[in-house]
Write a protein that binds this ligand. Structure first.
Ligand code: CA
Length: 237
């Protein structure tokens, strides 16, 4: 099995230290942050690197619930385990409603945490689907790269930024569908950010420029007045 990278968001120093130490001994790679807002930055820039996320419920900055809601709003299926001292039923329901996959009430035994993580890993989209192939393009979640098949058994890697990768993935998941700028904005940019209105167009230009180097820019067509449409082909066009 590949190494598992976990995002741990916990502001209690003792507990965070204990979890990180234990998980590291189990060969996990653990990014530990103590602030919800900082955690969102990690999720935005390194979202495909994580197999599982562990969120404490109450955190400085964004809460664990808000982090969950943001992920799910983006259609991000990263498995989430919530940690909380609250054991009231309504809190549990709120956590699951927000999109958490599982729930652990403090204090808990570390073996219990490990068991829950193993269960969540089995559901990890990265493990189930390491690659997304549409037409001659193959998107690899492990390496964050996209490759284009240029001939029989020949492929070239297209190096993309995280944002370009996200945009292309979004198109590849919905081939032949018209996607407008607002939909791209809602799915791929931070909810509360107020990016300039031309940010989507600018990112699309950058992505197309990269694809053009491999004669693949023709696969993303502009549908005048409506948006963009990904038309997969079996060879660069
Ligand atoms: Ca806390």
């Amino acid at each position: 099995m590949t190494k598992m990278r976990i995002l741990l968001v916990e502001d209690e120093l003792d507990l965070g230290t204990a979890i990180q130490r234990t998980l590291s001994q189990q060969k996990y790679i653990v990014d530990w942050v103590q602030n919800g807002t900082e955690a969102w930055g990690y999720l935005e820039s390194e979202w495909t690197h994580y197999a599982v996320a562990i969120f404490d419920w109450s955190l400085p900055g964004l809460s664990g619930i808000e982090l969950c809601q943001r992920l799910r709003h983006r259609k991000n299926a990263l498995p989430v385990l919530m940690l909380t001292a609250r054991d009231r039923m309504e809190d549990k329901v709120a956590g699951l409603d927000a999109g958490a996959d599982d729930y652990l009430v403090k204090p808990f035994a570390i073996v219990e945490l490990l068991a829950r993580l193993r269960a969540l890993q089995r559901r990890s989209p990265q493990l189930q689907n390491q690659q997304l192939q549409v037409g001659c393009l193959t998107l690899d979640y492990a390496t964050l790269t996209v490759s284009v098949q240029t001939g029989e058994g020949i492929s070239q890697v297209i190096i993309l930024t995280a944002k370009e990768f996200q945009i292309l993935e979004h198109f590849m998941q919905q081939p032949r569908q018209i996607i407008n700028r607002e939909q791209l904005m809602n799915h791929l940019w931070e909810i509360q950010s107020e990016p300039m209105s031309n940010v989507v167009a600018a990112q699309m230009r950058l992505l197309r420029r990269k694809l053009a180097e491999y004669n693949c820019d023709g696969m993303i067509e502009t549908v005048y007045g409506l948006g963009y449409c990904f038309i997969p082909t079996d060879a660069p066009k």
